[in-house]
Design a protein around this ligand. Structure first.
Ligand code: IVH
Length: 665
């Protein structure tokens, strides 16, 4: 960087940081995260030092904007600690083990509370009067925001009853989701920047200098701790403190639970993981506290967090966003899924811009429309979904959602099959279907073709180079090189990977074909049961149903796949390309029962049914669960029931164990 570039960057950084400062402190609408702010500030400091560009007005030197300069600073006689976080149930058990070890017994209990996602505050009452409201700050000192705190209606200004001279209440200030959404919405109308989430809105609001504005903001509070410096303190429990806070008129969350041990805490977490989705405010976990104050003293604390409490963080991340558009996605099998295109929201470290709305019925049931504000959740690996509608402002919402009659991608007529909720595009040449079929074919559990990802597939389909599975096996290095971001070497690697996939076993190929309902396990069972493609293609629904993991729904789907002439043609082509369509089976001791289907019923005199089944299969026979015309023998033991009757009705030969053993001698 030359000096003039440095000068320009410095001026750019000052500008951005000043704007961020103003937005944070004056408008209470942070433009960037604290981390981002600190990073830019550090860059500015470094440039000013290296190029001698210091200036008294620079945000690096200006004290203004530091929270501690706006409000008077207060010391916290009892530090406001943070909590150690855990994300797994195992770590929770480890926490419990530590508590047990440190105490040397297990005569303690827990109090579990929700972890509200807002901002910590402490309140001091002297002779029943609220005299101080403060932020946590750095834990040992924070801001005196009493004037702002006094505007929060949840917080009593005077306490009644037999009170100690002085007491302290700690809790979480927060904003309800709907109130937050409304507030953001009116800010937007007035051209003000909106808040990213209720927590930011709360913190931003409570740090404003104008209590008049704070009073109009919907801030609420939950009390979670009571500090009374008296002789009885050691005898108290968290449960009693919360009940007392409740009696004193503080809002205490109803979702709190006394737990005899960690097992009960686990149960509580499980149920709260569901309940939290229905709550009008955001929670991000469960705080587990040793209930007895006297044990807390023994357990003590580390530099930042107590050893008597832990926060279990919920796995799913929720956030508030607004639906900008509702688009339709065409799946591999033509299923049309409505998708909410969202204002970007940060969930668990990633930015989420889209969430599934599942299907038309679901949208209509909740009357979801463009413009609605919603909570979005990202749970584990599952695609984000819209979990709640929090604000539907008639002035800002679009028309009711209607499913179009035609596929948004290829204009084919959409159909809804009887008994299904999803609409489908029936044109199997519809480009998104073609693309996702190829993606599925190349995926790890299927043909595992390294280098054949979405970007390459998109190009193969749009250029027409490959639209079917067998097209892939016709590709050459020369076909691939002209594609975007495809060097000669990667083209060679891809061709080799495609070639290698020809060795993938039958079960993988079967899964790769993408037959509806045929997942990894079903594909494996089918390959094991039928051994060859021919046998599978010719099997009846009934025979298919005889396979372990296969029920009528899957059988029907497999049958209809192979009934389709185009599909039969496609698999033949693949076989011709050298893909594996047979399973090598272990060498059998004999073929005595080859081609014969048995049905077992009743109790056999010397062997279990499983042993009989193994013997039959070892000798080349098959075992089915129900009697049909294809059954050759019913092997019956004592107390044989309905199957025997059916065999007689269909004229199927019934044999006993002795005859069976003769057959395979
Ligand atoms: S107890 C040392 N209880 O979580 C004990 N805190 O990460 C800490 N919080 O600063 C306070 N809900 O802002 C406690 N039910 C609850 C809470 C809770 C939310 C916040 C609080 C604290 C932070 C610690």
């Amino acid at each position: 960087m030359n000096p003039s570039q440095a000068e320009q960057r410095v001026s750019e950084l000052r500008d951005r940081l000043n704007k961020a400062n103003d937005a944070y402190y004056q408008d209470a609408a942070p433009l960037m995260s604290d981390r981002e702010f600190d990073r830019l500030l550090e860059e500015l400091r470094h440039l000013e030092d290296s190029y001698g560009l210091q200036n008294p007005d620079s945000p690096t030197l200006r004290v203004g904007g530091k929270p501690t300069k706006i409000f008077p600073t207060v010391q916290h006689p009892v530090p406001m600690l943070s909590l150690s976080n855990t994300y797994s149930r195992e770590e929770l058990d480890e926490f419990d083990q530590r508590v047990k070890n440190l105490l040397g017994h297990d005569n303690y209990s827990y109090l579990a509370e929700l972890k509200y996602d807002g901002m910590a505050i402490r309140l001091i009452y002297e002779d029943g009067q609220l005299t101080l409201g403060a932020t946590r700050g750095d834990g040992s000192q924070g801001d005196d925001i009493t004037t702002n705190i006094r505007t929060i209606r949840d917080i009593p200004l005077t306490l009644k009853g037999n009170l100690p001279e002085s007491l302290e209440v700690r809790g979480e200030a927060y904003m309800e989701l709907t109130a937050f959404a409304k507030m953001n919405s009116s800010r937007e109308e007035q051209g003000d920047a909106t808040f990213a989430n209720p927590r930011n809105a709360t913190a931003g609001t409570l740090k404003m200098q104008n209590p008049g504005i704070v009073a109009r903001r919907p801030i609420r509070m939950f009390a979670y701790d009571l500090l009374i410096d008296d002789n009885n303190n050691r005898k108290r429990t968290q449960k009693e403190k919360l009940d007392l806070l409740d009696e004193l008129g503080f809002p205490v969350c109803e979702h709190r639970a006394w737990c005899a041990g960690i097992a009960e805490v686990h149960d509580m977490i499980k149920s709260w993981e569901e309940i939290r989705k229905t709550l009008p405010y955001e929670t991000d976990g469960v705080v587990v506290k040793v209930n007895e104050e006297r044990f807390r003293e023994i357990l003590g604390q580390t530099a930042k967090a107590p050893r008597w409490a832990i926060a279990y963080k919920f796995e799913a991340e929720q956030g508030v966003s607004r639906i900008q558009d509702i688009t339709l996605q065409v799946g591999r099998l033509g299923t049309i899924t409505p998708v909410a295109e969202l204002e970007p929201v940060l969930l668990g470290g990633t930015t989420v811009k889209r969430a599934t709305l599942h299907n038309e019925e679901e949208i209509q049931r909740r009357d979801i429309r463009i413009g609605d504000q919603v909570t979005v959740e990202k749970a584990g690996e599952i695609i984000p979904q819209v979990v709640n509608v929090i604000l539907q402002d008639d002035r800002k919402r679009g028309a009711p959602f209607r499913m179009p009659e035609y596929c948004p991608s290829c204009s084919a007529t959409l159909v809804k099959l009887p008994g299904e909720v999803a609409w489908r595009c029936t044109n199997n040449q519809c480009p998104p279907q073609v693309r996702s079929r190829l993606e599925h074919f190349a995926s790890r559990d299927a043909m595992d073709i390294d280098g054949l990802g979405t970007a390459v597939i998109d190009q193969l389909v749009s250029t027409g180079l490959a639209t079917t599975f067998s097209d892939l096996y016709r590709l050459s290095v020369n076909d691939l090189v002209p594609l975007e971001r495809m060097a000669e070497k990667s083209a060679e690697n891809l061709i080799q990977a495609i070639d290698r996939s020809k060795k993938k076993p039958f079960e993988k190929v079967l899964y790769a074909l993408g037959i509806r309902f045929v997942g990894v396990t079903v594909a494996r069972d089918l390959a094991e049961a039928f051994h060859t493609l021919e046998a599978l293609m010719e099997s009846s629904e009934e025979e298919l149903c005889d396979v372990d993991s296969i029920g009528p729904r899957i059988a029907r789907s497999v049958r209809s796949f192979f009934d389709h002439p185009a599909n039969r043609e496609m698999v033949k082509e693949l076989a011709a390309k050298g893909l594996q369509f047979t399973t090598l089976t272990k060498k059998r001791p004999s073929d005595a029962l080859s081609g014969k289907t048995f049905v077992l019923t009743g109790t056999l005199p010397t062997m279990s049914r499983n042993e009989a089944k193994e013997l039959i299969e070892k000798h080349g026979g098959k075992v089915a669960t129900s009697v049909s015309k294809k059954t050759v023998f019913v092997l019956a033991g004592d107390e044989a029931g309905g199957k025997l009757d059916k065999a007689q009705k269909l004229g199927v030969e019934t044999i006993d164990e002795k005859t069976f053993l003769e057959m395979i001698k």
